[in-house]
Design a protein around this ligand. Structure first.
Ligand code: DLL
Length: 434
């Protein structure tokens, strides 16, 4: 059996792929120019026609799209087809109030399904696997996106949706689930509950997980693998690009972008200027094949790096580095840029700690300050105040050493911090309240 779901598109020689991408870019610019007034006006303002794109470098002349454009054109202003040609609409709540809409034509759903099939196949899942899908079903793209991909592979689907953790475990054991889909923080919640219930998932048939929808460190991946006895794979995507299926991990744990569907760029988030491969910046995508809502140069706010490198898995699809966070989540503390994922990485260096933590941002005069609350393992917490004081002092020093700022650490009792069933909320911003 092939290692690839779609060998031709996953392993195509780079020159051939780039020729296809250029053609798709030209077609999609024409598609949006002719059908969406927002893009026609934006291109006209810059004196650009779709046919002015002759090379990849020319793409940087075209305007970017961001969340505000989606909000201003809510709900269907950026839709390129009449609504009767749309057969599904997903949405994400967004942070700005109005939801982000994601409409699909039949062809869009077909392409999405294929992208997800690649993801799940690369995770080693096959027709004889029993897949439990604990992403939320509904408007969120995680539920149905994974569902469709697994059905395409012919897997046995168990659509549990998120939550009801004890029932997840009962079904997992009774059905002999081999593949689990959910957010990484929910995977940890499930692992922890199993331990509490005296269930040893490691002895169960579960062998693979496909996790995503929120940033998670490499250390957290290893933690999940250890606690569940599985291989943890990843999915990356966003509602604006149709949901998960934008990038997926291979056997080498490299995140490959489905480049035949999504054209990636990295830009400087401040200036908007393009950055070369290998430099970290903001990920930008142009949807190459979507019909209903193909966004051009959509600014994701996600931080990553693109790498064109030969991967041992044989795929020629470009590699993106694990997302370290979103620019929107970046905190500026005493003039230092801090991402929650950096604090997570330090916490995970300590065996005594759980990966359950909360960052509180407060106002101190004109400056923002940060404090961390983190759970210690149950047996550690029971070890007495002196030991806890020593531990918080060690963690405090390590954060100072690695990140360069003073962050008071409070060790809280086990199970004080709310467990996540979907995307975990790590930061509580208390500044507005002052
Ligand atoms: O989270 C789609 C998805 C569902 C992806 C299931 C993977 C698995 P949204 O709700 O629109 O869509 O949120 C998109 O989530 O811009 C990232 O900031 C973040 N995100 C998604 N996948 C990852 C990942 C879905 N693997 C936003 N690593 C994106 C880090 C991720 N962040």
């Amino acid at each position: 059996m092939s290692e690839y779901w779609d060998e031709k598109n996953e392993t195509m020689p780079i020159e051939e792929r780039q020729a296809d991408q250029l053609k798709s870019l030209q077609e999609i610019l024409k598609w949006v120019y002719e059908r969406i007034p927002f893009y026609r006006n934006a291109f006209d303002e810059k004196g650009l026609k779709p046919e002015d794109l002759k090379s990849f470098a020319d793409l940087t002349n075209y305007p970017t799209t961001d969340k505000n454009d989606l909000r201003d054109n809510y709900p269907f202003g950026l839709c390129a087809v009449p609504i009767e040609d749309v057969i599904r609409i997903h949405a994400s709540s967004g942070t700005t109030g109005k939801p982000v809409t994601g409409p699909y034509t039949p062809q869009d759903l077909e392409d999405w399904t294929e992208c997800m099939a690649r993801n799940l196949w690369a995770a080693g899942l096959r027709k004889n696997d029993i897949c439990q899908n604990a992403y939320g079903y509904g408007l969120f793209t995680g539920g149905l996106g994974f569902h469709q991909g697994a059905v395409r592979l012919g897997c046995t689907m168990v659509p549990t949706s998120a939550g009801l953790t004890e029932r997840q475990l009962t079904l997992m054991r009774d059905f002999g689930t081999t593949g689990l889909f959910c957010t990484p923080t929910y995977a940890l919640t499930i692992a922890e509950r199993a331990e509490k219930m005296g269930l040893n998932i490691k002895t169960w048939p579960l062998k693979a997980g496909v996790f995503g929808a929120e940033p998670w460190s490499e250390a957290m991946r290893l933690e999940i693998e250890n606690r569940m006895g599985i291989v943890a794979h990843e999915a990356y995507g966003l509602t604006e690009m149709g949901g998960p299926g934008v990038a997926f991990t291979c056997s080498e744990h490299r995140l490959h972008i489905n480049e035949d569907h999504f054209f990636p760029e990295i830009i400087d988030p401040e200036t908007g200027n393009p950055l070369p491969e290998g430099k970290q910046g903001e990920l930008v995508f142009t949807a190459l094949r979507r019909q209903a809502m193909p966004l051009v140069r959509f600014r994701t706010r996600d931080i990553s790096t693109l790498k064109r490198e030969k991967c041992a898995c044989g795929r020629t699809l470009i590699v993106m580095e694990k997302i370290t966070g979103r620019f929107d989540d970046m905190l500026i503390i005493s003039g230092v840029n801090v991402f929650p994922s950096q604090v997570e990485s330090v916490i995970m260096e300590f065996e005594e700690m759980e990966v359950h933590y909360l960052l509180r941002v407060r106002q101190k005069g004109y400056l923002s300050s940060l404090a961390v609350e983190v759970e210690a393992k149950e047996e550690v917490y029971g070890g007495g105040q002196e030991a806890l004081d020593n531990l918080s002092e060690k963690l405090y020093k390590r954060i100072q050493q690695v990140i360069g700022i003073h962050v008071p650490v409070t060790i809280v009792p086990y199970n004080t911090i709310a467990r996540s069933e979907g995307k975990a909320q790590r930061v509580i911003d208390e500044r507005e309240k002052k």
